[in-house]
Design a protein around this ligand. Structure first.
Ligand SMILES: CC(C)(COP(=O)(O)OP(=O)(O)OC[C@H]1O[C@@H](n2cnc3c(N)ncnc32)[C@H](O)[C@@H]1OP(=O)(O)O)[C@@H](O)C(=O)NCCC(=O)NCCS
Length: 417
């Protein structure tokens, strides 16, 4: 018989093994004094069946955060690349770009993989489309909206009306969404999270902390963005940007085995990277009033390639799940080639020359880069079987990852319940 008491004393195992060994110690001690047993398991001396030899250990249930519903809103205005044929694109110093638009657009398509994007309808703002996605997520989860403990809305520019030159952030977009949802419960706490493109994933990480603490049971996490309202029409990089909204409902789930959010990692780099994405003047020198979203695309690309694969690896390693078991990598989409390079590098870090087919579902060719909305939209499309070749199966492992203004990078490993 193994020396369970000795094993217990040394206690080099994890917490659950420790609990199990505590039980064994008690049982073993009982065996030594069978006459004192009063629970009916050992009725007479000499016929005691040690239950650690016959019964599997019962793990203590823990609380995990799982996604129980999702929804998204894809604006109806389709904007194909051909819409930019008449555009006046300028260099950053205001000079004309000395090549025809056909060539600029062809090059743009080659570099990014984007053929088309969606722009929000004139009558809507960011909080409207956040509400549309939220309504669908709540219906999909089948919950009473009054039971929500938190509503967190990730976005970066607030509500910018069509043709407006300023952003409106008061009240917070989360309050506006709660108002539109007509939630009366004062303890449904609503707030915004400005965290660049990784904002939605970071809000999911925050929700996980609330749920694991035992203080919250249901949380609505929304990513909504209208980048078309902050794009410089004279900057060809603006062709990357698009609009959309996605939402999920996270719920506290008790389970004896790990499920839902298993591990996550976030980093923020600011010394040289803080202003790789920032608000700045138009490339058109005549527009002296407004600020637009500007990026140093090349430096961003290099930063993402250097940091995102290792962040995903850190999260996977932290979860203890082998890379071979990660079925899908849902990654923020700003540039198709960049994402392919990131995921290929991730597999290289594990010694693989290639990534598995279908490991990375993509929407960028027809949805462009809608920032915080990309990941929840992607998850929603897959979970409702709206993306060819992709679906969700119970027990599968996913990794989520995003990179953006801050600069922030985050990654998360998730097991489908
Ligand atoms: C912006 C980006 C598309 C530019 O691509 P790039 O390959 O780095 O561009 P470079 O500046 O090295 O220029 C390469 C060529 O593409 C052209 N080019 C650059 N940006 C372009 C654009 N937006 N559209 C069309 N052509 C472009 C250049 O003129 C150059 O052409 P040439 O080879 O004929 O001289 C790319 O860097 C990128 O997608 N970066 C990451 C963006 C990102 O992650 N953003 C995060 C937002 S959350």
């Amino acid at each position: 018989m193994p020396d369970y008491l000795e094993l217990f004393k040394t206690n080099s195992c994890g917490k659950q093994n420790f609990d199990y060994l505590c039980t064994l110690k008690m049982q073993f001690a009982t065996l030594l004094k069978p006459k004192k047993i009063t629970d009916g398991l050992a009725q007479s001396e000499g016929c005691v069946e040690p239950f650690f030899l016959t019964k599997a250990p019962k793990m203590k249930p823990e609380i995990y955060a799982t996604i129980i519903g999702s929804g998204s809103y894809l604006p109806t205005k389709h904007v194909p690349n051909s819409n930019f044929l008449e555009r006046t694109f300028l260099e950053s110093n205001g000079a004309s770009i000395n090549r025809p638009n056909e060539e600029i657009i062809r090059k743009f398509q080659q570099i990014t993989g984007i053929d088309e994007r969606r722009y929000v309808e004139d009558e809507y703002v960011c909080s409207d489309i956040a509400f549309f996605a939220a309504e669908k997520a709540i219906a999909d989860a089948g919950i009473d909206k009054e039971t929500l403990d938190y509503i967190i809305v990730a976005h970066n520019f607030g509500d910018v009306k069509s043709g407006a030159t300023h952003s409106d952030l008061v009240p917070a977009l989360a309050s506006r969404v709660k108002h539109k949802l007509a939630i009366e419960n004062p303890f449904t706490v609503a707030y915004d999270l400005p965290f660049g493109c990784p904002g939605w994933l970071q809000a999911v990480i925050q929700a996980n902390y609330y749920i694991k603490s035992g203080d919250a049971k249901k949380i609505l996490v929304i990513g909504s963005e209208t980048l078309s309202r902050v794009s410089d029409p004279h900057d060809r990089d603006s062709m990357i940007y698009s609009d959309g909204a996605g939402a999920v409902v996270l719920s506290a789930t008790e389970s004896e085995t790990p499920v839902g959010i298993l591990a996550h990692v976030t980093r923020t780099d600011t010394i040289e990277q803080a202003y790789l994405l920032k608000m700045d003047r138009s490339f058109n020198p005549e527009d002296k009033e407004n600020l637009y979203l500007k990026m140093n695309g090349r430096k961003l690309y290099e930063y993402a390639l250097k940091t995102v694969p290792s962040a995903i690896k850190m999260a996977i390693d932290k979860s203890g799940i082998p890379i071979q078991q990660i079925e899908r990598i849902l990654i923020h989409q700003a540039n198709e080639k960049m994402d392919e390079a990131i995921v290929t590098r991730l597999y290289e870090l594990y010694g693989y020359a290639q990534r598995p087919e279908f490991s990375m579902p993509m929407t960028i060719s027809w949805l462009g880069n809608n920032s915080v909305a990309t990941l929840p939209i992607l998850f929603d499309l897959i979970s409702h079987r709206k993306l060819e070749n992709y679906n969700l199966n119970s027990g599968e492992y996913f990794a989520f990852a995003s990179v953006g203004a801050g600069m922030h990078v985050n990654a998360l490993v998730y097991k489908l319940p």
